[in-house]
Design a protein around this ligand. Sequence first.
Ligand SMILES: Nc1ncnc2c1ncn2[C@@H]1O[C@H](COP(=O)(O)OP(=O)(O)OP(=O)(O)O)[C@@H](O)[C@H]1O
Ligand SMILES: [Mg+2]
Length: 346
Amino acid sequence: MTAQPAREDEAAPQAVSSGVPAHIGPGDRVGLAVAVRGLVKSYSGVPAVRGIDLTIRRGEVFALLGPNGAGKTTTVEILEGYRTRDQGEVSVLGVDPGRQRVKLKSRIGIVLQSTGIDPYLTVRETIAMYADFYPHPRSPDEVIELVGLQDKRDARVRRLSGGQQRRLDVGIALVGRPELLFLDEPTTGFDPSARREAWGVIKNLATLGMTVLLTTHYMDEAQFLADRVAVIAAGRVVAEGAPETLGDPGLAATRIRYRPPAEAAPPGGLTAVPGPDGYVEIMPEDLVEALHQLTGWAIDHRVRLDGLQVIRPSLEEIYLALTDPSSASGRPAPDRGGDQPGGGTA
Ligand SMILES: Nc1ncnc2c1ncn2[C@@H]1O[C@H](COP(=O)(O)OP(=O)(O)OP(=O)(O)O)[C@@H](O)[C@H]1O
Ligand SMILES: [Mg+2]
């Protein structure tokens, strides 16, 4: 169900304190959309979130990355006020979503991982219906424009493509003029051009000053949209930062590549590993020094360095290194036994 479904997973009382976490000083409070400290959540005794800390500034686009079952949706739903937490301090727009969900409801927009809109309503009727829930809604036509569904204004929801339905989900989330938008996998199942279009919509929202928290499995999406990302593995944040500077530089190395002439070995001190494609690769400790050494040697000895490239690790490579269960950074997922998503404690 999209927008404001009743979806508490359990009625157990929460062992939480309210308000802004103590580590957030008064000066920071104004600028923060989300502040989370020590968030913990289990389903039937099986931990899903194991102590997450997060801060998201107002106006920021923040992406949560992580493998299936890492705890992204659980975290997002706790922030939305649709799931209770076991421990930790959470502030969303200055409100504790666990205690003051009603206060928060009209100030946030939500796109859930899976949706359940009435398939027999038209696009316009659907948006108009949701608009009735809010004190100062956007007009349905403005929303339709924002998400680029003008051609489908009078089409029934069941006749929309998957990508168009997802746009409608985003539209519904925008109806109430939210300050903060939650997008759980907004472009899963989109074809490449629909994804690009959706990115345009989200970028546009960001330029209007909206704060966006999204989850995604697409590294290019995170790279394109997010000011900052956090990688979650097995319920913990394993890295956080701007997409271009994420992770420990030692995790995935910058490489120098070139196609050497048959007889030429690289200058002393540099180890060039031959690859299957005729290139050799050097993984230098100091990139600038190694490039200087290599190119100086090539000029002095009139050696051609065909196809010379410097390859920086992509966000995807860093992500894979961070979430690799066999590496020091990636944390192995615990044995979940018969635990199934969507089942359990309801
Ligand atoms: N309602 C539920 N009842 C029981 N266990 C659940 C429930 N929802 C999620 N879980 C479990 O909690 C863990 C975290 O799930 P969550 O949905 O938060 O992961 P996710 O990071 O969003 O994964 P995905 O990328 O597949 O969407 C998983 O092991 C999942 O099986
Ligand atoms: Mg999820």
